[in-house]
Design a protein around this ligand. Structure first.
Ligand code: 5GP
Ligand code: MN
Length: 329
């Protein structure tokens, strides 16, 4: 750990230790790292006696598979947040825009603490614990809790574990140090099998017909992405409406398996605005965060996303073009 990061962690710990009222925000359409991190930190502060709310800009409800991480009922609808915050904590969120309708709160808050692992983070807080070498934001939350002298109980450890296990694709990209941290989480009582089953594996039956209709239309372009191959699939609203958001998000994990393509994309039609597509990008050997950035999005070099308007054909054409310019890794 660099001396600067160590100091930032100590500063964050001091800020949180003296806080009595805290709002913790994750990015829009929160994943297990955003919500697991926010709820783990939220519970730690709640147990110390602080008033804590955990929220995110959209959708209105947390993904069903993640709601059981909220042991203390900290999840708060955006409409029920106070007008301004004394201390606002933003986790897994590289830029305020990723807070969606809650972005304006960053300007208004008394203090802002940012906890994130995206290389594209703009350090928009007064205190920023940002480390792009951390595999998950949850790891940074764990380090801050350590600096506060908080030993995670099972629900706190569960939230942290959920973030790590999903952002490392089941520990495949986890360092030895991250495995050591995971060992402490298991010792705190986390049931790893249950976490992975409930958050990653378990699906309603309707997942199967949805996947089948979406994958049948998937296309492989072997010459695209600078000759490294591009595979893409489209989830239109009629397919998306048959399943939970979790199942729509799972499609990229199937499409990315295709060996003939270095880059995989899934176009997810927006339920509220069908002219708009949420794009998930995954890659091996090509920087897809640069591709996402061309469309106002971002993420990591091998996993990124953005929102694009237009027909599915135009969106694919735009991605195909951007992939020809993307830096090789
Ligand atoms: P996913 O495909 O799982 O939604 O996102 C992959 C990665 O890209 C995650 O790290 C996510 O936070 C990031 N990401 C997804 N969409 C956007 C976006 O519109 N803007 C930015 N800055 N990052 C995004
Ligand atoms: Mn993350």
């Amino acid at each position: 750990m660099t001396p600067t990061l160590a100091q930032d962690i100590r500063d964050a710990a001091a800020l949180l230790a003296s806080a009595t009222d805290v709002t913790v925000l994750g990015h829009v359409r929160p994943d297990a790292d955003a919500l697991g991190s926010a709820l783990a930190l939220g519970r730690a502060l709640h147990l110390r006696g602080a008033k804590v709310r955990v929220s995110f800009g959209e959708p209105d409800e947390a993904p069903e598979s993640l709601r059981w991480l909220d042991e203390d009922g900290l999840l708060t609808h955006p409409d029920d947040l106070p007008d301004t915050e004394a201390l606002l904590v933003c986790v897994d969120t590289p830029v305020p825009k990723r807070l969606g309708r809650l972005a304006g709160r960053v300007e208004l808050a008394g203090s802002v603490l940012v906890i994130d692992h995206h290389a594209t983070n703009t350090f928009y807080g007064g205190c920023n614990v940002v480390d792009e070498t951390a595999e998950a934001s949850a790891i940074l939350v764990f380090r801050i809790l350590d600096a506060m002298g908080v030993e995670p109980d099972e629900p706190i450890a569960r939230g942290i574990y959920a973030g790590i296990v999903t952002d490392t694709s089941g520990f495949r990209r986890a360092s030895p140090e991250t495995h050591r941290m995971a060992a402490r989480l298991l010792e705190a009582g986390v049931d790893a099998e249950a976490v992975v089953r409930r958050i990653v594996d378990e699906r309603p039956f309707t997942w199967l017909p949805m996947l089948s209709s979406v994958l049948r239309e998937a296309e492989l372009e072997p010459e695209a992405a600078q000759g490294r191959g591009f595979v893409h699939a489209v989830v239109r609203v009629d397919a998306a409406r048959t399943v939970r958001a979790e199942e729509v998000e799972s499609v990229i994990d199937v499409v990315r398996s295709v060996r003939e393509a270095a880059v995989a994309a899934v176009l997810k039609q927006d339920l509220a605005n069908p002219a708009q597509w949420q794009i998930s990008l995954r890659s091996i050997g090509i920087d897809v965060s640069a591709v996402a950035a061309e469309f106002g999005g971002g993420g990591h070099r091998q996993a990124a996303g953005c929102t694009i308007e237009g027909s599915a054909e135009d969106v694919v054409a735009g991605l195909r073009e951007a992939l020809e310019r993307a830096p090789l890794l």
